[in-house]
Design a protein around this ligand. Structure first.
Ligand SMILES: *[C@@H]1O[C@H](CO)[C@@H](O)[C@H](O)[C@H]1NC(C)=O
Length: 336
């Protein structure tokens, strides 16, 4: 009698549990599917939309400008140089316009804004892609002067803020999007100099901007690329600048690192950069295109497997783990 009741009890329990498990699995599948569908919804009439991309001489900006042009957007690409501008025009449709822009020069930004305002008219600006950036001087903190920090911060952070402020009214008019290129170095400081600081600043500025502009229908996305082969990771430029920094160090500081330190540093850096840097920069522009064309753009896009599986997870781990990992990438100074 007791065992019958027990059997019924366990039978019912088992039925409930197995149904519960199916229910949970089914819910996860439905949610994942709904997310996938929501994520793949697209906006329409891109031929009625204008997008401004900064830093189009090479790298991500250059490729993005070409891809958006092919998709039918009205692209305005800013370049630093006349040559960059001419080369881009050569491989794009006549619809694509270029304008010379130096993001550290307020007059140059104002000038670009006037040009864009006339171009876009009543439509406003659908997309502002803040992509322009530089990496050098980058290296050990102790080797830097204040100006070395400023050179990078002026372009990557202050320049980006000023461009955003100037163009924001046009973006607001279109209820458009701002897409800011940060980096995994905005999550994890792998090296000294202004670059990591500037990218942390871009993360923070973008978070504030997203929350502040949400009410006006303006959406803000942050792109966090891992290591890619572009002018920013160009070893010739970085090494040349590191030699400059090393050569201006007082003898006492050089001594504390040891005579062969610079060469060891350059060797370790080029070894890891050659392993890390992917030449498939389309992984990054795919994120930018999604942020511009999806009905529901994401807040953050990490681009590259190194970013997704290594750097960003590492950034969440305790400092002693990230310190150890980052330290293992570089040689030890003599005085260690
Ligand atoms: C960009 O503008 C800054 C500030 O006006 C100026 O110092 C710098 O030389 C300019 N850069 C180029 C490449 O024109």
């Amino acid at each position: 009698m007791v065992s019958d009741v027990e059997n019924i009890f366990y039978g019912v329990l088992q039925a409930i549990l197995s149904n519960l498990l199916s229910l949970i699995l089914a819910s996860i599948a439905v949610i994942a599917f709904a997310y996938y569908v929501r994520d793949s919804l697209k906006i329409g009439s891109v031929d009625q939309k204008w997008v401004l991309v900064t830093g189009c001489d090479s790298g991500f900006g250059n490729l993005l400008a070409q891809q958006l042009d092919q998709q039918g957007f009205n692209v305005i690409a800013t370049c630093m140089t006349e040559k960059g501008s001419a080369d881009l025009k050569h491989v794009t449709s006549p619809r694509l316009k270029t304008v010379i822009l130096n993001v550290t020069d307020s007059a140059s930004i104002k000038n670009a804004e006037e040009f864009v305002r006339t171009e876009v008219g009543e439509q406003g600006l659908w997309g502002l892609v803040n992509n322009a950036g530089r990496s050098t001087p980058i290296g050990p903190t102790e080797w830097m002067h204040l100006d070395d920090f400023k050179k990078v911060l002026d372009v990557n952070l202050i320049g980006l803020i000023e461009v955003t402020l100037q163009f924001l009214p046009l973006v607001k008019k279109a209820q458009g999007r701002v897409i800011n290129v940060a980096s995994i170095l905005g999550r994890l400081s792998l090296t000294g100099g202004g670059y990591c600081l500037s990218k942390w600043g871009v993360e923070s500025f973008s978070d504030s901007l997203r929350r502040d502009m949400h009410h006006f229908g303006v959406k803000v996305s942050i792109i966090e690329p891992g290591f890619f082969k572009t002018a920013v990771t160009n070893l010739d430029l970085i090494e040349k600048d590191l030699r400059r920094l090393w050569n201006q160090l007082p003898a006492e500081v050089k001594d504390s690192y040891g005579e062969g330190y610079l060469e060891e540093y350059l060797k370790a850096q080029s070894f890891s950069m050659n392993i890390l840097c992917s030449s498939d920069i389309a992984k990054v522009t795919r994120c930018m295109v999604h942020a511009l064309t999806a009905r529901h753009p994401r807040t953050r896009y990490s681009a590259g497997w190194d970013a997704k599986l290594f750097w960003i997870p590492l950034s969440y781990l305790p400092s002693f783990i990230s310190d150890f990992t980052v330290g293992a990438l570089l040689p030890l100074p003599k005085d260690n």
